[in-house]
Design a binder for this molecule. Structure first.
Ligand code: NAD
Ligand code: DAU
Length: 338
């Protein structure tokens, strides 16, 4: 098979590239990535050693670029990871989110239609359903996104479903819960707290720290995504979660314990605007396709913490420059008027 993987230089996309190259050594894998602050060529260091791998720097919003790649490499399948992904950034500046997550998805769908692509997998998120106090969301639940990020992802999903309905395109949607693992940009909870703890900096815990997420190890997520791509029914949505429900305070304490650091590093900070309280997914549908997570949560978190401990050369350069500009802007917004 000849695949185009967009956003493949990011966290999950790069793990999926590694999985595909290992599992299907005869396939061609082409990555198209804009290399925003979150895209990192170092994430593809392993893939670059493989002759079946190609990298192209470019934007999914540019139809001509997408078209050229599809023709040149005779692409048959597209998996779309490319997105602006950080909720806090979407609160500070939402514009790029609508552009990439909605219009970029639409551009790819146009190319799927024009070039008779055989399969298109849209990588979406559990955040499109919004927050849930009790129970778990099914794929048939209404979308109630509450941040500019999740609203943009929901916009992308609706485009995918509309293109299915109108043009009968061979599309699939995966809605995953919170991923963690090696190579996650250190602005997200787990890599931020691990790298801050390693350098004895404060861990900024939002609000009461009791917001809850379902944590999914990135390798399990990629196996689930591959299961959907290979076995999913066109036009269907599949939830992907491991049922590892933990609140942020529990995650923080576990990280500090693993690193043998003091709980005195925890710093309570003003809450995220519009902060979703709890996410939870019903995953019966993907389990019926034959997928289930294989990583025990405690082992996956321990391995993740150890990976950041062992790879300061990966994360230290990221915690400067553009990254610090974002943190200063966020700090200013959070403490405005206080
Ligand atoms: P990430 O921020 O680590 O990577 C995103 C990648 O997309 C980067 O390499 C970036 O350069 C690229 N990109 C951004 N805009 C682009 C554009 N216009 N054209 C081409 N490339 C562009 O993200 P991630 O955490 O790996 O998430 C990947 C996908 O999975 C996203 O669609 C996200 O919404 C979804 N998702 C993430 C999680 C999670 O917990 N991280 C959970 C559920 C779903
Ligand atoms: O649920 C899937 C989503 O998970 C993905 O679609 C998003 O791309 C991904 O960023 C993630 O969104 P979250 O907002 O859940 O993840 P984040 O790591 O930003 O925050 C997790 C929780 O930790 C959330 O309740 C906010 C809290 N938090 C986060 C940061 C960065 C803090 O308390 N302090 C922090 O500094």
């Amino acid at each position: 098979m000849r695949l185009l993987i967009t956003g493949g230089a990011g966290f999950i996309g790069s793990h999926y590239v590694d999985l595909r190259l290992k599992r299907y050594p005869r396939d061609l894998v082409v990555v198209l990535d804009k290399l925003t602050y979150a895209g990192n060529p170092a994430n593809l260091a392993g893939a670059r050693r493989n002759q079946c791998f190609k990298f192209i720097k470019g934007d999914i919003c540019e139809a001509r670029t997408v078209e050229r790649i599809i023709r040149k490499y005779r692409i048959e399948v597209i998996v779309n990871f490319a997105a602006e992904t950080h909720v806090d950034r979407s609160i500070l500046s939402p514009e790029d989110f609508a552009r990439t997550d909605v219009l970029g998805t639409q551009t790819l769908l146009g190319a799927v239609r024009k070039n008779k692509i055989k399969r298109f997998l849209q990588i979406s998120t559990d955040e499109v359903y919004g927050s849930i106090e009790r129970g778990a969301f099914r794929e048939t639940n209404d979308l109630k996104p509450s941040s500019p990020y999740s609203a943009s992802k929901a916009g992308g999903d609706l485009q995918v479903l509309a293109y299915r309905h109108t043009y009968d395109l061979p599309v699939l949607i995966a809605r995953s819960s919170n991923n963690f693992g090696p190579r996650q940009y250190p602005e997200k909870l787990i890599p931020l707290f691990v790298t801050n703890a390693l350098t004895d900096q404060a861990l900024p815990l939002y609000g009461d720290g009791l917001n809850t997420r379902d944590w999914l190890y990135v390798e399990d997520n990629c196996l689930g995504l591959d299961c959907i791509l290979e076995k999913g029914v066109f036009g269907e949505v599949y939830n992907l979660g491991a049922g590892n429900t933990r609140n942020n305070l529990e995650i923080t304490h576990t990280i500090l314990k693993l690193l043998k650091k003091s709980i005195g590093l925890i710093k309570r900070v003003p809450d995220r605007l519009g902060h979703d309280r709890r996410y939870a997914l019903n995953t019966r549908k993907i389990r019926d396709l034959g997928w289930q997570p294989v990583w025990p949560f405690a082992k996956a978190l321990k391995d993740t913490v150890e990976w950041y401990q062992a790879h300061p050369e990966w994360w230290q350069p990221l915690k400067s420059g553009e990254y610090m500009k974002y943190y200063r802007q966020q700090y200013h917004e959070r403490h405005k008027g206080k």
